[in-house]
Design a protein around this ligand. Structure first.
Ligand SMILES: Nc1ncnc2c1ncn2[C@@H]1O[C@H](COP(=O)(O)OP(=O)(O)O)[C@@H](O)[C@H]1O
Ligand code: SF4
Ligand SMILES: [Mg+2]
Length: 330
């Protein structure tokens, strides 16, 4: 199997400097955020890679880099063997965009409240010139709505007439309109009630099975990730700190940050293991800690950790960036 999506040394830097005049008056330097730094992974066709990490770790930036909503500052994204930044500059850009779609966290904000569902779902069909005949569009929209468990008759309604879960189904129907191969899902169920989350996740899994879809699935919630992922990447302050097959990551988390996240999820097996809230906070990305960025929060940190940045190292089928793991201390 070859990877559909391949990301190598991906980096994104944002210039968050104050306006020029303010900088001069207040004698402030330019400021940059390394939102994503040296991230590499591959996703095979029909598989799901989940990215997890607390807010501000760079997950959404990775998502936007992958679908070309942001330009890369460093590294590359390859889709089906082609460098996306290159293709997006050519006449084939639209053809590539059709093959990848994104689903966002807040289905209400991403659906135009004044449009009927029919026009929302049909928008990509029109944009890509896939269908022009109105009857054919009606038929296709009806099919798409049915695929996500809505009724064909829902096409005439407006977004506010639906629940949160139904609205996210509408977003999924719209994303599927161009028959994409790759879906980037950025916290698609985080705004929904737990019971509704499961329904939407199940629909996404069914669609994946039926259509051979490949997913990048972003969530801060490891319980959700457990439900959908094949592989899991854990991000901390813009970097991947652990990348492992799902079973392995949950059975044997290596990185202290992964362990901290896992200890914080409620114990679904009721084995009596205490739930430990996540300790501390993500540091200011404008002034990241030296060495291992996790060292101020890490129970295993030592002098080497605050001086030397650990690299991702392959071991036993997983990749981990931690000195203590490498040294066999944990
Ligand atoms: N458009 C932007 N301009 C400036 N800084 C940004 C922008 N988008 C994200 N950032 C910064 O990049 C870092 C990563 O953000 P983000 O990718 O949204 O993380 P996550 O999705 O994991 O919460 C944060 O420090 C955030 O403030
Ligand atoms: S490198 Fe050191 S500080 Fe970083 S996670 Fe490993 S033990 Fe903790
Ligand atoms: Mg985000």
């Amino acid at each position: 199997m070859s990877a559909l999506v391949e990301v190598k040394d991906l980096g994104k830097v944002f210039d968050v400097s104050a306006p020029w005049l303010n900088r001069i008056i207040e004698r402030k330097p330019r400021q940059f955020v390394h939102a994503v730094d040296g991230v590499s992974f591959a996703i095979e066709r029909g598989r799901t890679l989940a990215l997890v990490g607390e807010s501000g770790c760079g997950k959404s930036t990775v998502a936007r880099l992958l679908v070309g909503l942001y330009g890369v500052s460093a590294g590359s994204v390859r889709f089906d063997g082609q460098d996306t930044a290159t293709v997006l500059k050519t006449a084939d850009a639209l053809k590539l965009r059709r093959r990848m779609q994104m689903i966002f966290q807040d289905p209400y904000a991403s659906l135009n409240p004044r449009w009927r569902v029919r026009d929302i779902v049909a928008e990509p069909l029109r944009e890509h010139g896939l269908l022009t005949d109105e009857q054919a569009i009606d038929a296709r929209v009806g099919d798409l709505l049915q695929q996500v468990g809505l009724a064909r008759a829902d096409a005439v309604k407006f977004p506010h007439q639906f629940s949160g879960g139904q609205r996210q189904r509408i977003s999924i129907a719209r994303a599927l309109a161009t028959q994409p191969e790759f879906l980037v899902c950025d916290e698609p169920t985080s705004a929904l009630d737990v019971s509704v989350q499961a329904q939407v996740l199940n629909i996404m899994k069914d669609l994946q099975r039926q259509q051979g879809l490949t997913y990048l699935f972003i969530s801060h919630n490891l319980a959700v990730v457990r439900h959908v992922a094949d592989e899991v990447g854990v991000m901390y302050l813009g970097r991947l700190v652990e990348l492992a097959p799902k079973q392995q990551l949950f059975a044997r988390p290596r990185h202290p940050y992964t362990r901290m996240l896992l200890d914080a999820i409620p114990d679904i097996h009721m084995s009596g293991r205490a739930r430990t809230p996540v300790q501390g906070e993500v540091p200011n990305p404008l002034d990241p800690p030296s060495g291992c960025a996790f060292h101020p929060r890490c129970p295993h940190a030592n002098a080497r950790c605050s001086a030397e940045r650990p690299l991702l190292v392959q071991r036993d089928g997983a990749q981990v960036a931690c000195h203590a793991v490498e040294e066999g201390r944990i």
